[in-house]
Ligand binder design. Structure first.
Ligand code: FDA
Length: 393
């Protein structure tokens, strides 16, 4: 027996649930299918358990894509303010962390419960633990054979996310569906992901695990001024996660450890005023002390400042402002917050998220080649693209 719906959404994550509720409110019969045992697992783990659900300052400039103008239309039509109004209608307490980043005050679960309530009110059904075996076209749309039987629908929305964190249910199904129906899939790679280090540097820094310093990091023309966190595997924290989306293997990062200071001038002044003091004493006032000590050891900086000639102080200042670090790699999809690349948006309508040459087929959320910076932008894309498709599916 085939069960028929107007719309079937594959993936009960942020974009899929938003799309399902939107389509349901239009009076469409909607089924969301997910192979996982729970919906919205990434929502639950996001923002350190408190879901950074949007960013009030989100603009298209916060997104990476081969087709940068694609995201403009959906983001303009469903804004951070629109999502905030939804959150407030559900009386969910929230807090603004650094500039525009909105988090749930209590738990990510509040955001997921809100989406599930919206789906429920809109009459959208959710089938969990359901494996998709095959998808085919039929006269009036699509036929899906699944572990829970056969379904058919007029509109099929692919919302199965990217490859990041396979243990949370990520698979490449969305890309396979795109290819099956003739859409191009751009190469994917892990984004917003910690860096790993070559053994010598890793060993040197690992004892500092947990220490965070505000830095300015740049790579391939992009610059972020945010905290850097040393971990037992390498480097993480917002600065490193942000720049990882712009890094390609073999690139060096340029890290300014003292973005607020002019180390050349300060070191020269200090050498005159306190000739016996050391570079580490200067750094102790500006960086966590254990980090300052380990960094001086790494650079072989020892002895009183009076022993440093001007050219040597120039070289020290240069390292402090432009520490060139070549990561060994990244932690990859295992811990990446997002997947860069994905379904090529050139084949889709930016207004409806529908495939141009395949009637009734829609793609939303992270499966697309649209990836946000850290700070709530990725969920904003999930909401905005989900709504765009939900209005037309
Ligand atoms: P999402 O991955 O959420 O959902 C896809 C769904 O499809 C899943 O339910 C999955 O089980 C299902 N699926 C996959 N393959 C399937 C298959 N073969 N069959 C059936 N179902 C299948 N962003 C942000 O803006 N603020 C934040 O605070 C964070 N924090 C954060 C922390 C961590 C640890 C991670 C990993 C990610 C974030 N993100 C984030 C990113 C954010 O979670 C992400 O961009 C969105 O969840 C993407 O939403 P989607 O609905 O597109 O995919």
């Amino acid at each position: 027996m085939t069960r028929t719906y107007d719309v079937i959404v594959v993936g009960a994550g942020a974009a899929g649930l938003m799309c399902a509720a939107t389509a349901g409110y239009r009076g469409r019969s909607v089924l969301v299918i997910d192979h996982a045992n729970k919906p919205g697992k990434k929502i639950l783990m996001s923002g350190g358990g408190r879901c950074n659900f949007t960013n009030l300052n989100s603009t298209p400039a916060n997104f990476l894509s081969d087709n940068p103008s694609f995201c403009i239309s959906a983001l303009k039509r469903y804004t951070p303010q629109d999502f905030l109004e939804l959150v407030e209608r559900h009386s969910i307490a929230h807090v603004e962390k650094s500039a525009g980043q909105l988090f749930g005050r209590d738990s990510s679960k509040d955001i997921l419960d809100m989406l599930l309530t919206e789906c429920n009110w809109a009459g959208a059904e959710i089938a969990l633990k359901t494996q998709i075996e095959s998808i085919d076209t039929e006269t009036l749309g699509y036929r899906l054979d699944t572990s829970a039987g056969r379904f058919s629908c007029e509109s099929l929305v692919v919302a199965c996310g990217g490859r990041s964190i396979p243990t949370m249910g990520a698979t490449g199904l969305g890309y396979d569906i795109a290819r099956q129906f003739g859409l191009k899939v751009l190469p994917t790679r892990a984004g917003l992901v910690p860096f790993t280090l070559h053994p010598e540097l890793k060993e040197h820094l690992a004892p500092l695990s947990g220490i965070s310093c505000p830095v300015e990091v740049s790579c391939n023309g992009e610059v972020f001024r945010e905290p850097m966190l040393v971990t037992h595997r390498g480097l993480s924290g917002p600065a490193m996660l942000q720049i990882s989306s712009f890094w390609t293997p073999g690139d060096a990062l340029s890290i300014n450890l003292l973005p607020e200071a002019n180390p050349r001038e300060s070191l020269v002044q200090r050498r005159s005023a306190r000739p016996q003091s050391q570079i580490q004493n200067y750094l102790d006032d500006r960086l966590p002390k254990r980090f300052a000590k380990a960094f001086c050891e790494l650079q072989n900086w020892s002895g009183p400042l009076q022993h440093y000639r001007n050219e040597e102080l120039d070289a020290v200042a240069d390292v402090l402002s432009h520490w060139q670090l070549k990561p060994a790699g990244t932690e990859g999809y295992r811990t990446a917050e997002v997947t860069l690349g994905g379904v090529d948006t050139q084949g889709l309508s930016s207004k409806t998220m529908a495939a141009n040459d395949q009637p009734g087929l829609f793609f939303v959320g992270e499966v697309l080649d649209v990836t946000g910076h850290l700070g709530g932008h990725n969920f904003q894309w999930a909401w905005a693209s989900g709504v765009a498709a939900g209005q037309h599916a």
